[in-house]
Design a protein around this ligand. Structure first.
Ligand code: ME8
Length: 513
């Protein structure tokens, strides 16, 4: 039987600057989702990459006195190295300057044109270089400095050019029918509502080519024009699946689930399905938008300058603390805030004092009292069986949550079991049993270690490095680490030799403290 396919994407990032923590957040969350499905037995294809064309890239390159491709090469490499630093398990890293992507963009353009959805006209309006978009005059305001700006604050300039248009207006009803018939196409619900009211308010045809600069994919048959960067960018998702070859290889993964930030919902949930309908390509499964991260409540952006470098953050706290913090603390889909105090408090409480402490206490008792091997397992009491069952139930809860990108809910369920296990361990008092009933002590320690095994299996998508170390300490073989192994059939075997225990989740101690 062929395994269920699961194709997951992040947005492809603009390499006109260095990555910041917002980019890192998207990658970490998407990686947790991809790893979860892989451990749950699916055939996963996980894609990330860089979006390298457009006026912004060309202008940044000019300012630096280098070519756009040199800028793209340099910064794309930094984004790629960020994915490695974050432990991302992406199967591919796509760059929109690759030849295969040009071929794919030109093919989807031709398919949309063949369907009668592309026509040539003139375009004029207020254009923002930063947003790479035109704005209606009514959307813009002139500030005290005399500069006209669009609603997000970037300056706009009057632009007039010949342009190809996509007949987006023809897709209004089809898009509304899509959101109705497939209510989970856009998530979370607030984003779906926004998209629906935007589409209901009326769709104008979309300008999809530019003649004022050259740094883009040429329009087939008219190379005065380059494609609007968003046509090019969105197409990356099918390029990586092998488009225009929809018969072979990677195409089996399409359609994808797209994870994006809430800033780019309109492109993914309105334009993209319209392009695909026009080209006769199957639509994505789902578009899920997460919220924005704020540094102590303040918006971060390249222009504001309070950009937090993800490399520095990982170096300072360690990768799994950073991953755990963002995944557990920020309800996925909502905005979130972070600060040093919040990172330290959350990770010390859950990782160091929670799972880390439980593992360390039980494993060091085993090392001292059970000859450094998995303890003997006597008859299980009701309490033993109940706590072990909780891990199996947590898997079921996590599975339902992760199917809808409820990452924080999955983690809440898993760490709820850790808290219960702590109470179990304290109430069983294995240290007291040592004298009164050593056999029972072994059973309690076995139960605790087995519970740590199950919970750690479930933690792998979120804190992969630490989970692997902990599973090594439990001598769990590499081929017994999937979610199917959470089950009692794969429980720890008494007598199995264990390595000397060591702390896996150290407490964060303030420097100088
Ligand atoms: O928009 N909080 O690229 P981009 C959370 N190339 N996430 C954030 C964030 C923040 N403060 N800031 C950015 C583009 N992000 C296009 C995408 S896709 C076909 C083309 C994340 O480099 C979030 O995922 O500006 C957002 O959608 C993305 O970075 C934008 O990255």
């Amino acid at each position: 039987m062929s395994r269920e396919k699961y194709y997951l994407t992040t947005p492809i990032f603009y390499p006109n600057g260095k990555p910041h923590i917002g980019h890192a957040y998207t990658v970490i969350a998407s990686d947790a989702l991809a790893r979860f499905q892989r451990l749950d037995g699916k055939d996963v294809f996980f894609l990330t990459g860089t979006d390298e064309h457009g006026l912004k890239m060309q202008q940044t390159a000019e300012k630096e006195g280098i070519t756009p491709i040199a800028l793209a090469d340099r910064n794309s490499a930094i984004f790629r190295s960020m994915t490695e630093t974050l432990g991302a398990s992406n199967d591919e890293f796509i760059r929109t300057t690759e030849p295969r992507h040009y071929a794919s963009c030109q093919a989807i353009w031709k398919a949309m044109a063949a369907n009668g959805d592309i026509y040539l006209d003139r375009y004029s309006g207020w254009y923002s270089v930063r947003q790479e978009a035109y704005f209606d005059e009514a959307e813009t305001t002139v500030g005290d400095d005399g500069v006209r700006r669009e609603p997000l604050g970037s300056p706009v300039e009057w632009n007039e050019e010949e342009s190809y248009f996509f007949r987006l207006s023809a897709y209004q009803d089809k898009l509304l029918a899509l959101y109705e018939s497939q209510p989970d196409f856009v998530g979370p619900a607030e984003r779906r509502n926004e998209v629906m009211s935007f589409v209901k308010s009326g769709l104008k045809d979309l300008s999809i080519s530019r003649t004022t600069f050259k740094w883009g994919v040429p329009v087939p048959g008219d190379d005065k024009h380059v494609m609007y960067v968003w046509v090019d960018a969105l197409t990356n998702y099918i390029t990586a699946a092998g488009y225009p070859d929809t018969k072979a290889g990677q195409w089996r993964y399409w359609p994808a689930t797209h994870i994006i930030g809430k800033d780019i919902v309109r492109f993914h949930a309105v334009y993209w399905p319209a392009f695909l309908m026009s080209a006769g390509i199957e639509l994505p499964k789902r578009v899920f938008a997460h919220g924005f991260l704020f540094n102590r409540g303040e918006k971060m952006s390249k222009s504001v300058g309070n950009v937090i470098d993800p490399f520095t953050m990982v170096e300072h706290y360690g990768l799994d603390r950073v991953r755990y913090f963002f995944l557990r603390e920020v309800p996925f889909g909502q905005d979130g805030s972070y600060s040093h105090e919040a990172i330290v408090n959350r990770t010390n409480a859950d990782l160091a004092n929670g799972l880390g402490n439980l593992a360390q206490r039980s494993l060091s008792m085993i090392a001292k009292n059970c000859g450094g091997a998995v303890p003997k397992r006597g008859e299980l009491t009701e309490a033993d069986a109940a706590i072990l069952d909780q891990a199996v139930e947590a898997l079921a809860v996590a599975r339902r949550a992760m199917a809808e990108q409820g990452i924080h809910l999955a983690l809440a369920a898993i760490f709820g079991v850790v808290a219960e296990a702590d109470r179990y361990f304290a109430s069983q008092e294995p240290w007291a049993l040592k004298k009164t009933d050593p056999e029972r002590m072994e059973t309690v320690l076995w139960t605790t270690a087995e519970l740590v095994r199950r919970v750690t299996l479930l933690c792998q998508p979120f804190v992969p490095g630490s989970a692997a170390k902990l599973l090594d300490l439990l001598a769990v073989p590499a081929d017994r680490r999937a979610f199917e192994h959470v089950h009692a059939d794969h429980a720890l075997v008494p007598g199995t030799a264990l390595p000397a225990p060591e702390g896996v989740f150290p407490r964060y101690v303030e420097q100088g403290a």
